[in-house]
Structure formats: C-alpha cells, structure tokens
Design a protein. Structure first.
Length: 407
C-alpha cells in the first residue's frame, strides 16, 4: 500500500498520512526481531516479510531520501539466511519453516548492493528460466527489473558455526556435513512443541529431519487443536517422551541454555528441557549435544532426574526409513547416510506415518522409537550419530568426495 501511494499520489497531506502509517508498521515489524536478527518461523517467512520491508524501504528512499535500511538491526536481519545455512540449498525447517526456501534474486541483489550481504547462491531463485521464479509479483518484478548487481563490498565469509541467542538456534556446517539444534520456548510464532529438536544433513541431503510446516488447515491454527496435528506436536520431532507424555505448549515451556561452547571443529550445547513436560516428579531433563564436523559425529546425551523412576521413549524422525541392524540403526539416502549406535537396554521400533506435507501432497515419515524402562531415579542415555556420504548399503558412512571419513 505504501509503494502504491508513492507511485500514484503527489506529495501532500494524504500521502504523508499513509507513509506515516506504513512507516510505523515497518518499525513494528522490525521490533519482532531480536538483536541476533533471527526469524523463528524460518527462512521462508523471513523472505516474505523482509523482502516486502526492503521493497518499501527502497521506494521510500527513492521518493523521500529517508533510508530505513540504516536501522541498527538491519545487518543482522539481512544475514539470517547465511547464518543458518546448512549447505546444499538446505536450511533448518524449524517451526513452520521449509527445508529449501528460495530467496528472490531481486532481493538478493538489493542486499548485496545496499548492505554488502550475500545470500547463499544455491538458495537464490533461478533467473534464466521461469521454473523457479516467485509467484509473488513484488518479488518477480524486482527480479526481472533489477539488472546486474552493481559493485558491492566483498563480505567476510560466514563462520562455520552460528549461534543465535534470541532464538537459541545453533547451526554448524562444513566438510559436507551439517548440524542444527534449537532451544527456545513453546509459544513461538508458528510454534511447534520442539524444544531440543535437531537436524543432521550431509551432501545436501537431510538425514534426521524437521518436518517443517504441516498442511495449513483450519484446525492447524486453533490453539485447542493445533498440537493434535503431527507436524506441530512434539511427536514429529526428535525429542523424548517422558512417562508417555509429549511436550506441552506455552511460553512457560522454555529450554534453559546450560552450556554453549563453540570450538574450531564444531560446538557443544546443553539444554534443560524439564519445563516442557507436565510430568509429576520430573526434576531435570538435560539434553547435551557435542558436534564435530571434522568427523561428522554427534554425541547426544539425555540425562533424566526424577523423584521416582519414569519410563522414557526417545524418538528420532526422518523421511528415510531406518534399517535396524546388529550395530545400530542406519538411515540411507541417495548420497548420504547416518548411523546411530543403539544404547543397551532400549527396545527399538520403527513407526511409519502417512501424512500430507505443507502443499497437501502425500508424505511419509518414519519415527525410530527407542523405549527405556528406567529403574533408577537418575539415568544417562548416550546416542552417538555419525553422518557422511553413502558408499554402498552394507558399508559405513564414508568419504567419496572430500567430506569427512567416518568409521
């Protein structure tokens, strides 16, 4: 509306009133970001909101000279896709996100020109064919009209590890493998009950997945029924069930960050998830991630403390069906593979769920469920994952094209 007014109306009181209202709306939009610039709804929703903000800001600057892109949060917001990029065109699909959102080429050009920020090239929409161009006229018109990018500062490369403290997202990528995990709380925008959720990818292929947005139906946006839908419930996330209970919704259901350590080869993150579960007598549920990209190894340790022994079920989610073998569980994709060594005392079971994806198309999800009948009030459950390229269905993950060699 602001852009339309700028184009159609001459300067005067009417235009001033509309621009004042649009400016206030844009500043309200910016107030929804923390200082880390992260969008809890994922890169797809970042594209929708931030693209229209940038288009209005540039129109306002052209007509009036006022520059909203000088806002103090602007650089951090613009860098969000680069910060959470997993490689291979992939992003974490936390909340109602997408694994492969596309950034309009016109927006990417503007961010390079004005802010010196580069969007990962594999995530930018193709401009040499209409196949991948946006269906949004604002995006499409700027992609077609923008021309070649002008001179822009060469940005520093994004570091391999990013931690966004306001979202409590940790992302690490490099050497052909990637890992992402989240804390946060269970009342986020487009919320899923997903405290402690994580993603593993290799060779541009998601192995342990976040399903992202479910099909948008009436009940999906009703708080009374939202978490009966698979995608929004903790059942569809790689998080525990405690005493048969899933995580509950609400702002009080928040992960506490107990430890964060970024190092040269990856990162360590420890969260306390106990508040997510309405379980009498549960006093602590600590989830510790220790990730090393050089070996493609993730050590996940869940520590449970309760006033009495509680049954626990671990769930690991993928669109790849895991194969249960003597040495553990294996998820094998087209180019990559993940292996999990199963702890002693667990009862493994694979549940296959037929559902629909965000577009309403049929989708199949596999839940590896590991049951533990704990007999002590305190328990420590370690899970060791290795990820890398697949070298044949009977071999371990391995290195065939420059990534980590995993034994």
């Amino acid at each position: 509306m602001g852009l339309t007014a700028l184009v159609l109306w001459d300067p005067g009181p009417r235009l001033t009133r509309v621009l004042d209202r649009c400016r206030r709306a844009q500043l309200t939009y910016l107030s929804g970001f923390g200082d880390d610039g992260g969008c809890a709804e994922g890169v797809g929703y970042w594209v929708f909101g931030f693209a229209h903000f940038v288009y209005f800001a540039e129109g306002l600057r052209e007509f009036t000279g006022e520059d909203l892109l000088t806002h103090p949060k602007m650089s951090a917001i613009a860098r969000f896709p680069g910060a959470v990029y997993l490689g291979g065109g992939l992003f974490p699909a936390f909340s109602d996100g997408e694994e492969r959102p596309r950034v309009p080429a016109g927006l990417a050009r503007q961010l390079a020109r004005r802010l010196g920020v580069r969007v990962p090239a594999e995530a930018v929409e193709a401009t040499d064919s209409g196949a991948d161009l946006s269906r949004d006229w604002a995006d499409l018109s700027r992609t077609l009209h923008g021309g070649a990018p002008g001179p822009a500062p060469v940005p520093e490369p994004e570091p391999p590890t990013a931690y966004l403290p306001d979202l409590a997202w940790l992302v690490d990528r490099g050497q052909g493998v990637a890992f992402a995990a989240k804390g946060g709380h269970n009342a986020e925008p487009h919320n899923h009950n997903d405290l402690g959720q994580f993603v593993l990818a290799a060779r541009g292929e998601v192995l342990l997945a976040d399903l992202g947005a479910g099909e948008y139906r009436k009940g999906y946006f009703d708080e009374a029924t939202r978490y009966a839908f698979l995608h929004a419930s903790s059942r569809a996330h790689s998080v525990p069930r405690v005493d048969t209970r899933e995580q509950s919704a609400g702002g009080a259901r928040a992960a506490q960050v107990l430890k964060l350590h970024l190092h040269a080869h990856g990162a360590d993150l420890t969260l306390d998830l106990a508040s997510a579960y309405e379980v009498n007598g549960l006093t602590a549920l600590r989830r510790a991630f220790s990730w090393h990209r050089d070996t493609g190894e993730l050590l996940l340790v869940d520590e449970v403390e309760a006033e009495w022994p509680v049954p626990l079920e671990e769930v690991f989610v993928s669109r790849l069906r895991p194969e249960l073998r003597a040495d553990g569980a294996v998820w094998t994709g087209t180019a990559a593979r993940a292996h999990l060594g199963l702890p002693e005392g667990c009862v493994p079971h694979v549940e296959t769920v037929h559902t629909t994806d965000h577009e309403g198309a049929p989708d199949t999800v596999h839940l590896l469920r590991l049951g533990f009948d704990l007999v002590e009030r305190r328990a420590r459950l370690p899970f060791r994952f290795t990820v890398g390229s697949a070298v044949g269905r009977d071999g371990p993950p391995g290195n065939t094209s420059g990534g980590p060699l995993l034994a």
